[in-house]
Design a protein around this ligand. Structure first.
Ligand SMILES: Cc1cc2nc3c(=O)[nH]c(=O)nc-3n(C[C@H](O)[C@H](O)[C@H](O)COP(=O)(O)OP(=O)(O)OC[C@H]3O[C@@H](n4cnc5c(N)ncnc54)[C@H](O)[C@@H]3O)c2cc1C
Length: 441
């Protein structure tokens, strides 16, 4: 069968890999001039590194299996993570569950409550039982206002911003926490995180080589203008090539674009399907990346619990992967999740730097601007869908209601938080579904 795949990220390439292996005629269209989508890379001192920080959890079996299949699993390095929370100009360790007990911003009884709340989430097997609740309500009811304000609140605001954190459903928190718990051998062990040495580019380049060697085609800088349909069946794609639109016929189309883009480019969807697509709000990830001559902190992942600091996470990549891979430089992501109405979304690199710099001495009192060798600024739209209560009632199904047209994007990963592992799993599942459905018609 002729399959058109929109998007050269983890989902699109995983689907293309399986379909090419089965001998189908596959074409992948990617509007950017690079592969990898949200997990794509840029170069620091000639070495690729992700536009937005990336790692894997030990529970990310689908992507680890794929790496094994394509012969790159020996590139994956598993490293104990170092996590901290910045509160009142002090960094508190959150490496092992025992560190909860040393989190002095909370009274001892509240620290115990915090620990018990994590355990309660971990033990909860039926996430459906909490699906109707917002995270804020559930957490406040279960841990009290003080624990919520000192720990869970900053985490939610960090991920979803001031405007949206109250909309997040508790099932999302459950999914997020369980992925993290699963990355520990046992409840009291340290968390291990994985990273492919050579960056995520190694994965996308290898997949691309395998797909093309099996006869698949990958077109970069080639955007899809429309998905055409006739009488409830997909017919093909309108492809934009150097300002010209060309129509190609396909038996099956798989789109990995965000939901609002799918809504805009697809003919013939039902009103109900469009309502679900339009109900999804995405946050953008805004990242200021500092390349420095020395470390900022000794933490890989630093949550910012101080609401006066205008960024919400500090991810120091070189506290996971040794700086020797980057000519001895240290790589620090200052991270924010924002909607386009936020002032930080529209700021230039210099404006962001000026807004952020006064706060870096709260992380390291010795910090000096002179440590910075290079600065990069990346804005990743559609980075994180906001998943509210009872989302399973509104989540758009992969089967779009149009025969042989499938949607597979990050808004359909639930209750787990989106991640490359789940994108690979979804891409491979959709490839299988498309074949099964085509064979049965
Ligand atoms: C800041 C940040 C940090 C993250 N950290 C992690 C992490 O640590 N670990 C992890 O596993 N995951 C992480 N993720 C999530 C992970 O990157 C995504 O879940 C995954 O890459 C999504 O893959 P995808 O293929 O579904 O979507 P995308 O990567 O979004 O790919 C979709 C592709 O479609 C293309 N496209 C869109 N419209 C068109 C069109 N009209 N025509 C042609 N092409 C089009 C886009 O350019 C894009 O390349 C992170 C994401 C962000 C933003």
């Amino acid at each position: 069968m002729r399959v058109g795949i929109i998007g050269g990220g983890a989902t699109g390439l995983a689907a293309a890999y399986d379909l090419s292996q089965l001998g189908h005629d596959v074409s992948v269209y990617e509007k950017n001039d690079f592969l990898g989508g949200h997990a794509s890379t840029f170069n620091i001192h000639g070495t690729p590194v992700e536009r937005g920080y990336h790692h894997w959890f030990t529970s990310d079996n689908a992507i680890v299996d794929l790496c094994e299949e394509i012969g790159i699993s020996d590139h994956i390095k598993w490293v104990p993570s170092t996590v901290g929370t910045l509160f009142d100009n002090h960094i508190y360790d959150f490496v092992t569950p025992w560190d909860l007990l040393r989190y002095t911003p909370l009274s001892l009884p509240n620290r115990v409550k915090l620990g018990l709340s994590s355990l309660k989430i971990r033990r909860l097997k039926n996430w459906k039982s909490i699906e109707s609740e917002t995270a804020v309500n559930w957490l406040k009811n279960n841990v009290g206002d003080q624990v919520y304000e000192a720990f869970w609140g900053p985490m939610l605001r960090g991920k979803f911003g001031e405007e949206h954190y109250e909309k997040v459903g508790m099932a999302w928190v459950w999914g997020k926490m369980n992925t993290r718990f699963a990355s520990r051998k046992h409840p009291l062990a340290k968390e291990l995180l994985g990273y492919p040495i050579g960056s995520f580019k190694k994965l996308f380049d290898t997949l691309s080589e395998k797909i093309t060697s099996m006869g698949g085609k990958i077109y970069l800088s080639t955007g899809i203008d429309a998905i055409t349909t006739d009488s409830g069946r997909v017919t093909g794609l309108n492809i934009e090539i150097q300002g010209e639109i060309k129509h190609e016929k396909f038996d099956v189309v798989i789109s990995s674009t965000p939901s609002h883009i799918f809504d805009a480019i697809t003919e013939g969807l039902s009103t109900e399907y469009r309502r679900n697509l339009r109900g999804i709000t995405y946050m953008a990830a805004v990242l200021l990346i500092l390349v420095m001559d020395r470390p900022l902190s000794n933490k890989y992942w630093l949550n910012i619990a101080d609401r006066n600091i205008p960024f919400v996470g500090v991810i120091e990549h070189t506290n996971l992967i040794d700086p020797s891979h980057y000519n001895g430089s240290h790589i620090v992501y200052l991270s924010n999740y924002l909607t386009p109405d936020s002032k930080y979304y529209s700021m230039t690199q210099t404006e962001l730097l000026n807004a952020y710099i006064p706060h870096l001495s709260k992380i390291n009192p010795k910090f000096s601007k002179g440590w910075i060798q290079e600065i990069h600024h990346h804005k990743i739209d559609g980075a994180q869908p906001i998943i509210g209560p009872n989302y399973s009632d509104r989540m758009p199904p992969h089967d779009t209601g149009i025969k042989n047209l499938y949607l597979a994007n990050t808004s359909q990963i639930y209750p787990e938080d989106r991640g490359t592992n789940y994108s690979v799993k979804m891409g491979r599942h959709i490839a299988q579904l498309a074949i099964t459905n085509l064979c049965s018609t």
